[in-house]
Design a binder for this molecule. Structure first.
Ligand code: AMP
Length: 272
């Protein structure tokens, strides 16, 4: 992979990179398409990163569909697909603790200890092989995006981190590889995440922060099949919970919840 990247760079092409865990859907493909618009050559990687799973069952049941993924990427003209083996990616890797400015302790980090260190160690390794100019990450995983931006800035990574908007199903559910694990019933129930976020957006800034949270939680409560892990209205940069709307024009509402054993996350920007 590193040799391929070096050859592309010698030709003067910019390399775009979309790291994924596979089981690709339209959300992933939009990242690839955006990268293709901005870069001469685009690499997508598929690696189900064991370091970022703190639940072994979640890792085992994570959907895998390599052949279909290859076809989807070929179908949109992605230039290269990188599928490293664990042994290759972890060769000589001693995972280290990155400074994440405390971002790793909030929300997803509180529920999944070690998750973000696992993500960043592998992203850094993937960057080492691919040597991209630009790397594309979805806002769907808002905290992951914030953590990667923070580390990239802190450690002076040369790669430009490019955020991409969340792609949704027509009923609002954020596309996710894990959605394929939902039963028909759970799939319907899962739309409550987006409905709760939209409800929060519709009253945000006009009503108090507390009332805005209550509206979202009330909507979530209408779906007993969905078990809330966390909901928060946060500062878009620090991801710390807001105390009030004062001095703020923009906030983010974050949700994580379970449908049965399947963990779902989503978020929405709230604008004044
Ligand atoms: P994953 O395969 O879940 O690790 O995701 C790979 C990349 O795709 C990450 O940067 C995600 O944030 C992004 N992504 C996943 N789902 C979506 C979506 N529905 N819309 C936009 N980006 C997404």
């Amino acid at each position: 992979m590193a040799e391929w990247s070096a050859m592309i760079r010698r030709k003067g092409d910019r390399i775009g990179f979309v790291p994924t865990m596979g089981a690709l859907h339209q959300g992933h493909l939009e990242l690839v398409s955006q990268a293709m618009e901005e870069c001469g050559k685009v690499v997508c990687s598929i690696f189900v990163n064991p370091l970022q799973f703190n639940d072994l069952k979640d890792l085992e049941r994570y959907p895998r569909q390599l052949e279909k993924d290859r076809e989807l990427l070929a179908g949109i003209g992605c230039h290269a697909l990188f599928i490293p083996k664990d042994s290759q990616l972890f060769l000589g890797l001693v995972p280290r603790e990155h400074n994440m400015g405390g971002l790793e302790l909030l929300w997803e980090g509180a529920s999944r200890p070690g998750h973000f260190q696992g993500v960043v160690n592998v992203v850094e390794r993937l960057f080492h092989y691919v040597r991209p100019d630009r790397a594309y990450f979805g806002e769907k995983d808002r905290q992951q995006l914030s953590v990667i931006r923070h580390v990239a800035r802190e450690e002076r990574w040369p790669e430009m981190i490019v955020p991409c908007r969340t792609r949704r199903a027509p009923d609002g559910l954020a596309l996710s590889s894990r959605n394929s694990l939902l039963s028909v019933e759970q799939r319907k129930q899962a739309t409550v995440l987006h409905r709760a976020l939209r409800a929060a957006a519709s009253v945000a800034f006009a009503h108090s922060l507390k009332a805005t949270s209550e509206v979202a939680l009330m909507i979530l409560g209408t779906e007993p099949g969905i078990r809330l892990d966390h909901f928060g209205i946060v500062d878009p940069v620090s991801l710390k919970p807001l105390e009030s709307w004062e001095g703020t024009d923009r906030a983010v509402a974050l949700i994580a919840a379970y449908a049965g054993e399947i963990r779902l996350i989503d978020n929405l920007t709230l604008d004044r």
